[in-house]
Design a protein around this ligand. Sequence first.
Ligand code: NAG
Ligand code: NAG
Ligand code: NAG
Ligand code: ZN
Length: 519
Amino acid sequence: MVALQGAPLAALIVSLILQGGSTLSVQLPLFDQSPLSDSKSQPHSSSSDKPLVDSESFQATISGDKLLERAQTLFKIAERSHHEYNRPTRVIGSQGHLGTLEYVLESIKKLGSYYNIVQQPFPAYSGSVFESRLVLGDEVAHSASAMSLTPPTKNKEPVHGELVLVSNNGCSADDYPANVEGNIAFIRRGTCAFGDKSALAGRAGAVAAVIYNSETGTLHGTMGTPLADHVATFGLDLVEAKPVLEKLEKGKAVDAIAYIDGIVQTISTSNIVIQTAGGDPENCVMLGAHSDSVAEGPGINDDGSGTLSLIEVATQLTKFRVNNCVRFAWWSAEEEGLLGSDFYASTLPAAENPKIRLFMDYDMLASPNFAYQVYNATNTDNPLGSEELKNLYIDWYEAHDLNYTLIPFDGRSDYDGFIRAGIPAGGIATGAEGIKTPEEAEQFGGKAGDWYDPCYHQLCDHLGNVNATAWELNTKLVAHSVATYAVSFKGFPEREPATVQGLSQYAQSVKYRGDFLFW
Ligand SMILES: *[C@@H]1O[C@H](CO)[C@@H](O)[C@H](O)[C@H]1NC(C)=O
Ligand SMILES: *[C@@H]1O[C@H](CO)[C@@H](O)[C@H](O)[C@H]1NC(C)=O
Ligand SMILES: *[C@@H]1O[C@H](CO)[C@@H](O)[C@H](O)[C@H]1NC(C)=O
Ligand SMILES: [Zn+2]
């Protein structure tokens, strides 16, 4: 069992990657660089002879062929996992993922002193459920799904008990009656995270917990950060929960058997963050993609596309000089629940946080059945500036006579930790397991009724799973976003302290943590 409560602030321990490839662990605040000597606009000496980046010339350096060439390299790297996983994958802990990190580092080191490189290690969790079953009364609950990162039942064997109805939404210790002890807690979804409910059930002595949905649809959730008090936890469909609930409410007993065989592992992995040596270090434009894939496949579109777009954009940027600093991040453990970006954003020292003027998320830029999607971030619901960023993307698509759609800004990718840290954010994507509508087929081509990415989180997310047209075009838009803010933040709102109300509003509206429901 992993108990990471009270883990030391590993954030402050970063490894500096030295030119020769050796690693040195030192304690120092992230990017505590001494500001450039005299004036803000003074360019870094090594790039002073370069032209100031301008969007059009920068976009012209982006070529789809170079991206596809990099994709071939990435696929070969994913194949290094074959002996361990029987398939190409870049899941955290695998050779494919270690190779990906190495490839990012090698590609950036080639660029010399243009960037400073920091590798930020952190503990990530990876869960596997091998077998699970929930029996309610005499019936196997077919909609029951073991939550991601759940601990197994005791001794990885079935546990028996009565279902005990928990009051309200089970977000307070008072909601758990005494007879939860030794039994199975039956808890309604809502108000707080699944992980909180499971921990409260565990503290009350439950041997397992069942969280039933409060709306229609299956409940595939994640426990979030593993806690010592967590017990084996299932999500359950409302339709299957209803008859059970009626019995319990009438005071009738319902026996249950819960069984989960699985493990939760702690894996040490790391984010890679680079920053231009030039440009005003007090005003940074930041962008990120995730370096890991799911275990099921090589993740060439998810998020090999964003990962490689960022490498290519970082490479081409060295031809220019910047006024504002540019910081690129390759997040690890996105697929385990946005762990890397969340770790980075939530542990930013107070003096460092305001230096990030905005964060731009680039996750899945080349879906084969793509739509041009822009996160629907607003200044009412998100930190001030998120809407200006959304409009930058919209303006670009419109200027190129391209259609776009707005998609929910609901916590499914790495912008989440930044919004929670009060930093304006947004991004673009081309679609995952959503279904393309007939209207969208008219807007973007492709096939209505199919997923945007029919190979999403599968083995077939390989070299054939990218649309080069969409990828090149979106990478030009990534370049445009970098160029725009690297030149100037004129007209872009100043950072303002996040309000408690604003943050809780976001936390209330966002139910996802990456791919899974979180509460
Ligand atoms: C975008 O967000 C705004 C504000 O929440 C909402 O009013 C609007 O309907 C959303 N647009 C789409 C297309 O989802
Ligand atoms: C944009 O969408 C309209 C349909 O809504 C379509 O007629 C038009 O061809 C699309 N534009 C492009 C560039 O695909
Ligand atoms: C990419 O998408 C465009 C527009 O739908 C299509 O014309 C092209 O054939 C696609 N290319 C690939 C490689 O799938
Ligand atoms: Zn992804």
